[in-house]
Design a protein around this ligand. Structure first.
Ligand SMILES: O=C(O)c1ccccc1NCC(=O)[C@H](O)[C@H](O)COP(=O)(O)O
Length: 206
């Protein structure tokens, strides 16, 4: 069954709602330029309220490696998601399992994947204006091709309306969503979250 990560959690209510709806993982954005930014102290308070068996993912963009590892320790992160131009060497210095994000423009964007020994590759849409959370979709055929390299987390412009088709076409290890289940940046819509998770795990043609 496809794993689901709900990204950009900024409140305890949204965190517990997403877990109750069946999320496997929650993402906290430790990137100050994001509208979904959360500080380590605030994230720690939310994470302390989570039940066991939910994976806690911390997202960073070209951050200092010491900041990544100290935030992982103090917040109790399970997984680190690197959403910038971090190198394979940088990934090896992270003291957690790593999900490396790649922003896909076309098949050529997949070339670097083989250089990275990571727990999963997160494929997101390329946008010249932002590192992620843009709501833009990329060509899912690229995601199908990338499955040769390892576990794929499909992201980028997923919504309750397209998630069933995405899962049936790509059959990824997991999916990741942010803006597609929001009322506004950083505030999740419970109805959309529930519908998204339900359809990701039990897709059917519309
Ligand atoms: O969500 C952000 O604001 C963000 C900012 C900078 C880098 C990454 C960011 N989000 C990463 C995610 O994991 C999102 O879920 C992924 O980009 C998909 O976003 P969306 O298209 O909005 O579902």
């Amino acid at each position: 069954m496809t794993k689901v990560k709900i990204c950009g959690i900024t409140s305890e209510d949204d965190a517990l709602m997403a877990v109750d709806a069946g999320a496997d993982a929650l993402g906290f954005v430790f990137f100050e330029k994001s509208p979904r930014f959360i500080g380590a102290e605030a994230a720690q308070k939310i994470i302390a309220k989570l039940p066991p068996f939910v994976q806690v993912v911390g997202l960073f963009v070209n951050a200092d490696i010491d900041v990544v590892n100290s935030t992982a320790d103090c917040c109790g992160l399970d997984i680190v998601q690197l959403h910038g131009e971090e190198s394979p060497e940088y990934c090896r210095l992270v003291r957690r399992r790593v999900m490396k994000a790649f922003r896909v423009r076309g098949p050529e964007s997949l070339t670097p994947l083989s250089e990275y020994r990571v727990a999963a590759y997160l494929l997101d849409a390329y946008s010249p204006n932002a590192h992620g959370g843009t709501g833009e979709v990329f060509d899912w055929d690229c995601a199908v091709a990338a499955k040769e390299q390892g576990r794929i987390i499909l992201a980028g412009g997923l919504t309750p309306d397209n998630i069933a088709e995405a899962v049936m076409r790509v059959r990824p290890y997991g999916v990741d969503v942010s803006s597609g289940v929001e009322v506004s940046p950083g505030r999740k819509d419970p109805g959309k979250v529930r519908r998204f998770i339900q359809l990701a795990k039990h897709p059917h043609p519309v």
